[in-house]
Design a protein around this ligand. Structure first.
Ligand code: M6R
Length: 611
């Protein structure tokens, strides 16, 4: 939540900051602002609303040129989205400007202390206290790095901060604890940002900044210290995708592009997972074979779509490895005193790798000595860095707030973990694992085949445009798919939508059915024992007036409904990767016909870095 970017170099900072903010807008979009250091002063423009509002304001009244600056796009936590709460925030003497992502938990105490010293606050944010404190500390020593270290020692909570100061025109300073911040190393220019997408069109060289560290950048140097001033050695990495991956490339929305990228994303997720002897290799898992053999329970944690991916993965991991798997919402996990031992494997699933609920749950698991591996799409993010091992999903950047290709690849990656465990524990022979991998390898073509013929969803979205409520039914692996379909519709089209396990219908939810209620049904495979039970469920709801739209395999001739949506046939465990596609498209088209912002739905942000 909140995107932050800083620039220092030999060019005018404003274009670089605006281009960075455009790429970070997915992180928050209720206000935006930039500050530039120019002519010994800090010049700032900030506006409530999306980035476009700021861009228009800057066209009418450009900021003076300057070679160092900071920019912010906000997802409000403390204080409503109005101009005065937008970042950057400036200290009362207008010597420093800061931007912040995260929450300063002790801001009230600090604010009262500052008010007693006569400070007046111009915003309702927690972040403004940082500007005031930095102004005071900087006034004492005129060394921005020292000042930032001292300020950070006083802050509780989560933060990534970037700051500039009028008497240090050649310095850009940043700090982080529990919130993301990376350095981009350019030629005669350097960057600080929430993620690499902000500077990818300038450089692919990046540095990870660790927990509780301060980074000091000039146009051609970078040094890192901890909050006590002790020098730290950062890890450099190369960004593996290029700027075009973070563009819409002719699609009307990032979500449309990302849906269509799913065949490639799944194929890429499977890339490089087999060694020359045909063994499944997950090099980044970093657990010894003995440690894997000792595992006696798996717990999967995640939020939103990542949680649904975990629910689906449970079926595969249990089936292949014969280990019990629990799936838990990360936000609930550590509050129920879960039973965790050294032999518990916790799998944390997160596209962004920065979701605070998941990070905190992961830390709880580690404190209890569990082994933790993460499934993540973002290189170098906090969750993979704090895990014992990581499987990167290799899906490429996902910009739209709605999870699509991340969701599919999370299922695939979690399945790979299940197969890996099964092979090492001797539950599955190598050739059995290879056969399953071959079937997985057929999915990109099947996904592509469905997506090429998916036009009909637009008509359905139009037909149900004004529905009061839409239900989703599934069984077995189809149940989490139903939950995912309902989540997508809620977050994108703002429609009331609920997913149910179809077997539960008769225990209550069937009372919701009235004349015309749309119900999307994920039909189990023809050879599943649940197929006929679901057919009965459909009859039960249709008898009560429901309009059932049945997502079913193309070879299932028993379904003759004119409302059937046909997907390629696949083994039961892989069916979710196909069945979810029409649900993604339905939510997408519903948002479009209802006139909503598909990529940036209201009240949401892509990366939720607060608990
Ligand atoms: O980055 P993460 O995978 O940890 O994000 C988890 C959820 O916030 C995310 O999946 C969210 O539910 C999506 N917007 C759903 O489309």
């Amino acid at each position: 939540m909140c995107g932050i970017v800083g620039y220092i170099g030999n060019s005018d900072a404003t274009p670089a900051l605006l281009s960075g903010l455009a790429r970070l807008e997915y992180r928050g979009y209720d206000s935006a602002g930039i500050s530039i250091l120019s002519g010994g002063k800090i010049a700032t423009t900030k506006r409530a609303g999306k980035l476009g509002v700021l861009v228009e304001a800057l066209k009418k009244k450009p900021l003076p040129a300057g070679k160092v600056g900071i920019g912010h796009t906000r997802w409000a936590t403390h204080g409503s989205p109005v101009d005065r709460n937008a970042h950057p925030h400036i200290d009362p003497e207008e010597k420093v400007a800061i931007i912040h992502n995260g929450i300063i938990e002790n801001y009230q105490v600090l604010k009262e202390e500052l008010e007693r010293l006569g400070h007046y606050f111009s915003s309702d944010t927690d972040s403004e206290v940082v500007a005031h404190l930095l102004g005071i500390e900087y006034g004492k020593s005129a060394d921005l790095t020292d000042a930032m270290e001292r300020v950070c020692q006083r802050l509780h909570g989560n933060f990534s901060l970037v700051a500039i100061a009028i008497d240090s025109p050649g310095v850009l300073i940043g700090a982080r604890r529990n919130s993301p911040l990376v350095v981009g190393l350019g030629q005669g220019e350097n960057f600080l940002a929430s993620d690499v997408s902000a500077f990818i069109s300038f450089t692919k060289r990046a540095l990870e900044i660790g927990q509780n560290q301060v980074v000091t950048l000039t146009a051609d140097s970078c040094s890192i210290s901890d909050f006590n001033g002790v020098t730290q050695s950062p890890r450099e990495f190369q960004v593996t995708w290029d700027a075009s991956a973070a563009e819409k490339n002719g699609f009307p929305h990032f979500m449309a592009k990302e849906i269509m990228e799913q065949p490639k994303a799944v194929a890429d997720c499977l890339l490089g997972r087999m060694d020359e002897n045909g063994h499944l290799t997950l090099n980044e898992v970093r657990l010894s074979d003995d440690e894997i053999r000792d595992i006696d329970k798996v717990i999967i944690i995640g939020c939103g779509s990542a949680y649904h991916a975990g629910m689906i993965a449970k079926y595969g991991i249990e089936h292949w490895s014969r280990l019990p798997v629990e799936v838990e919402l990360a936000s609930e996990f550590r509050y129920r005193d879960p039973i965790i031992t050294r032999n518990t494997l916790v799998i944390a699933i997160s596209q962004s790798g920065e979701t605070m609920d998941t990070l905190m749950a992961l830390r709880h698991a580690k404190d209890q000595r569990a082994k933790v591996i993460s499934i993540c799409n973002t290189y170098g993010a906090s969750i993979p860095r704090e895990s014992d091992g990581v499987i990167y999903t290799q899906a490429g950047p996902e910009i739209a707030v709605a999870s699509t290709k991340a969701f599919l690849t999370q299922i695939v990656a979690a399945y790979l973990v299940g197969l890996y465990i099964a092979e090492i524990r001797g539950i599955k022979f190598i050739d059995e694992v290879r056969d399953i991998l071959e079937e997985l390898g057929e999915l990109p073509e099947k996904i592509e085949r469905y997506l090429e013929t998916s036009e009909r969803l637009k008509d359905l979205a139009l037909e149900f445009k004004s529905a009061q409520s839409i239900l989703f039914l599934g069984r077995h692996v189809g149940f989490p798919v139903a939950l995912e379909g309902a989540l997508k519709l809620k977050e994108l089209a703002y429609m009331h939508a609920v997913g149910f396990a179809a077997g539960e219908l008769k225990h209550g939810p069937i009372a919701l059915i009235e004349e015309g209620t749309p119900v999307l049904v994920i039909m189990p495979n023809l050879n599943s024992p649940l197929h006929d039970k679901m057919v009965s469920n459909v009859q039960e709801i249709e008898a009560r007036g429901a309009r059932a739209i049945i997502i079913t395999a193309e070879n299932d001739t028993s379904i003759t409904s004119p409302r059937a949506i046909r997907i390629p046939d696949a083994p039961t465990l892989f069916q979710p990767l196909l069945a979810v596609l029409p649900l993604q498209l339905f939510a997408y088209e519903s948002a479009v016909v209802r006139g909503y912002d598909v990529d940036q739905p209201r009240n949401l942000a892509k990366s939720v870095t607060v608990e």
